[in-house]
Design a protein around this ligand. Structure first.
Ligand code: ZN
Length: 500
């Protein structure tokens, strides 16, 4: 990206260095979760802590403040310049409020806590993780104080992931959504269950890996700019503008776990891969918010990947890999099977109806933890209580409950709500896409994912962070985020499957 204003160009230069350091930290973080030997942990956490200090130093450099001051009265030439200045000011402020020692101490702790979570989860021992989480909550509270907020400490943290949104707005969306979803779960529960036994038939892991790669290629993932590995918790990591890696997990007797992890993470990767390369050295060269990011991953996973047309198109491929498991299953049965609604313990494996309830559960708990009305030591019990209330089930172990997600070990508090926002944005985008590509289902039946990818690239991906979530939504749909699109989508789909 280039500007006619020399100060703006100088500002763009400073961003490249920050991006370089950030991507080096991503390489180390990716390695830690994939291939790093266990005993390398302490040195790795020192490396990451040192890097975060270096990054902080550059993010808060007097030179940046000076340039931002000089650009105070500058009128941006276009949307990109306007966004660049807005994001640069926001990021400078976010970095400036923290003392360097604090940033380093926090990074070191997060790296250790991540390992603490893995160990505690393996041993089914919440007490082993408790001190790590207590310290992370302490950091989260201090973060909110440093960053500042008007209404709720959650707002300061949420803003890091979903800029310009507040806890009160989330509550306004989640309260009616939660009530609707709980009602739908109940209505579906009164109907006879759909058949899904074939999904737990044996599918050898080496074949699952091959299939995952083929599906990724089919949706447009470029293996020249990425790779696929296995981790405890699937994720996507941007190690550079042309290095977007995804991970998945395998279970021989759970076909969907790998397949939908791969499609989900592939959706995140397609977003990053589709960003206009002229933005890649600037702070605009990444997804605009986590809510929009999640709208992309869940778009591919659910709105496309779990649609009837996609099932009809891709089932022959699944059958090629696993003739014993799916040879006797037709497209319609497969479609119904993978869309079975049943309250379950693990968020990332939840169906589309119960998924957002898992998110609402974490949102409620995080609010209480931040307010201080809930102590970390009481968290497993509070988790179970929320689970009973929202999903109607009680986890049998902590790995099925409070220890299932990686986020809290990384100190990512205020993050979960973006997952449900992704469902809402996604459904609204889909309503628009169907108007623009009326033949979408026919294309999916032919396993042709290019037109929907092109649409997403044109409307969303290429812009990176040039437009905020709210601006994108208005540009694409001509209106603000409206949760009723998601409800309409679920109503139609599950009326057909369950007759509710
Ligand atoms: Zn995701």
């Amino acid at each position: 990206m280039h500007s006619h204003n020399p100060n703006l160009n100088a500002l763009i230069e400073t961003q490249k260095e920050i991006k370089l350091l950030g991507s080096i930290a991503s390489v180390l973080g990716w390695d830690q979760e994939t291939y790093m030997p266990e005993e390398a942990l302490l040195w790795r956490s020192e490396q990451l802590a040192w890097l975060s200090g270096q990054m902080h130093r550059r993010e808060t450099a007097p030179e940046i403040k000076d340039l931002l001051d000089k650009l105070e009265d500058y009128s941006p030439a276009d949307d990109r310049e306007k966004a660049l200045l807005k994001v640069a000011r926001r990021e400078f402020r976010r970095a400036e409020v923290f003392p360097e020692d604090y940033v380093i101490e926090k990074a070191r702790h997060h790296s250790l806590a991540q390992n603490g979570w893995i160990q505690a989860r393996e041993k089914e021992d919440f007490e082993a993780f408790r001190p790590f989480l207590e310290k992370n909550m302490e950091f989260a509270r201090r973060d909110a104080e440093y960053l500042g907020y008007e209404e709720h400490p959650y707002d300061a943290l949420l803003d890091l992931y979903e800029p310009d949104m507040k806890a009160s707005q989330i509550k306004e969306l989640f309260d009616p959504l939660g009530e609707y979803l709980a009602g739908l779960v109940k209505r579906i529960g009164e109907k006879p269950p759909v058949r899904d036994d074939f999904l737990s038939r044996s599918c050898p892991v080496d074949k699952q890996e091959e299939l995952g790669k083929e599906v990724l290629k089919a949706i447009g993932y470029d293996f020249g700019k990425g790779r696929l590995d296995a981790t405890a918790h699937p994720f996507t990591s941007e190690l550079g503008p042309a290095d977007i890696r995804v991970t998945t997990r395998y279970d021989e007797f759970d076909f969907c776990s790998n397949l939908f992890s791969v499609i989900h993470e592939g959706g995140h990767a397609l977003y990053e891969m589709g960003i206009d390369s002229t933005l890649s050295e600037t702070l605009l060269g990444t997804g605009t918010s986590l809510g929009i990011h999640e709208s992309q991953s869940r778009f591919w996973e659910n709105l496309l990947g779990r649609s009837r047309a996609f099932c009809e198109g891709f089932l022959p491929l699944y059958q090629n890999y696993f003739p014993q498991a799916f040879g006797d299953i037709d497209g319609e049965s497969f479609y119904r099977g993978i869309n079975r609604v049943k309250p379950s313990f693990i968020r990332v494996e939840a169906d589309e109806v119960t998924y957002s309830l898992h998110v609402i559960l974490r949102f409620n708990l995080e609010l209480a933890l931040l307010e201080g009305s809930l102590a970390v030591k009481d968290l497993p019990e509070a988790w179970n209580e929320e689970s009973r209330k929202l999903l109607g089930i009680l986890p049998e172990s902590v790995s099925q409950g409070v220890l299932q997600d990686v986020h809290w070990s990384h100190g990512l508090i205020g993050y979960f709500s973006t997952y449900a926002l992704g469902n809402l944005y996604g459904a609204q985008f889909m309503a628009r896409m169907k108007k623009d590509i009326p033949q979408l289902d026919d294309l999916l039946r032919q396993r042709n994912c290019e037109p929907p990818l092109k649409w997403l690239r044109e409307k969303i991906h290429r812009h990176g962070s040039v437009y905020s979530s709210a601006e994108l939504c208005r540009k694409i749909c001509g209106e603000d985020l409206d949760y009723r699109y998601f409800i309409d989508y679920l109503e139609k789909k599950y009326l057909e499957i369950y007759g509710v």
